[in-house]
Design a binder for this molecule. Structure first.
Ligand SMILES: Cc1ncc(COP(=O)(O)O)c(C=O)c1O
Length: 304
């Protein structure tokens, strides 16, 4: 068994309303979601004991389930409380939480009506997705062979497990080839996002990011747009063609796991890890950590 086996850890998992030992949080092989990819899930981080944007994540979990045509069998308040129960039981102040909902074993045909719905929340320590060193050098992305599907081809606005099959495939290939991640275009050939994070570009002091009309409008994405505007940086949400990447000076990814991570390379395109990317990266760190603006910059040895 690998040292990192997620099934084999100490601790507690909230499972259908109860806190149960980590190793007992199991589902049956005939679980509907395992066969047809209909689980809804969230990824959220706690910083210094506080779960960042918890209510927005819980809202999105419920929205995802609704798009997938089922109802989470708990209230939002119960899920929010359970997230804190799991975090507190873990003893971690800084952690990653993974709530999820899925259809159970009562139906195994494609039609799912009648299947029970389950929900669970696990929590573990997960440091930066990309190290500070890697982020300051800039991530290297290749172009993904997979595209984000059209809104009438898949439930593109749900954080649904089935949509991640192509993301896993693209990210595995990228890592095998020595890259950090891959950039996905959409069904029209427009720039969409990375495999688990949104993308921003900077040019002439302004930010440009694709309109999220066929992929997740990330909570970090929206946070960064607000932060940028507070910093007086104009943000253009618009359709972005691939060949426009030639004219952009900077690029970064945003996501709960990735936080704000500058990018130095996407396929044949090159970017500098410049002032805007660094400003957003450190401003985001100060926001989630609850520290004074400028603290993260100084701690990284990047400022006065
Ligand atoms: C495919 C995809 N896009 C974007 C994001 C960023 O979303 P958020 O900022 O809400 O974590 C994520 C992460 O959940 C993701 O998996």
């Amino acid at each position: 068994m690998k040292e990192t086996d997620y099934a084999d850890r100490d601790g507690l998992i909230w499972f259908d309303g109860d806190m149960i030992p980590w190793r007992e949080a199991k589902v049956h092989m005939l679980t509907h979601a395992l066969h047809y990819g209909g689980a809804a899930f969230e990824g959220q981080r706690a910083y210094n004991g506080k779960i960042f944007k918890l209510e927005e994540h819980t809202d999105r979990l419920f929205k995802s389930a609704e798009i997938l045509d089922y109802t989470v069998p708990f209230t939002k308040q119960q899920i929010n409380d359970a997230c804190y129960e799991v975090l507190e039981a873990s003893g971690y102040a800084n952690a990653y939480l993974r709530p999820g909902a899925w259809r159970g074993t009562e139906m195994l045909g494609l039609a799912a009506r009648g299947a029970g719905v389950h929900a669970a929340i696990a929590c573990w320590e997960w440091p930066a997705y990309f190290s500070l060193e890697a982020r300051l050098k800039g991530l290297r992305l290749m172009m993904s062979q997979w595209r984000r599907p059209a809104p009438d081809m898949a439930p593109v606005h749900a954080k649904a497990s089935g949509l991640y099959q192509i993301c896993t495939h693209a990210k595995d290939k990228a890592e095998r080839m020595g890259y950090n991640d891959a950039l996905m275009l959409d069904y029209r050939g427009l720039v969409a996002e990375a495999t688990g994070a949104n993308v921003f570009f900077a040019k002439d002091g302004a930010l440009h990011t694709p309109t999220p009309d066929c992929f997740l409008d990330g909570i970090t994405r929206r946070t960064v747009i607000d932060l940028a505007r507070e910093h007086g940086i104009t943000v253009h949400e618009r359709a972005i063609e691939l060949d426009e990447l030639d004219g952009f000076e900077e690029c970064f990814l945003t996501g709960t796991a990735a936080e704000v991570s500058p990018v130095s390379e996407i396929g044949d395109y090159r970017f500098e890890v410049g002032d805007i990317a660094k400003t957003m990266m450190f401003a985001y760190t100060d926001l989630v950590q609850g520290t004074e603006p400028g603290t993260a910059l100084k701690a990284a040895g990047q400022g006065a």
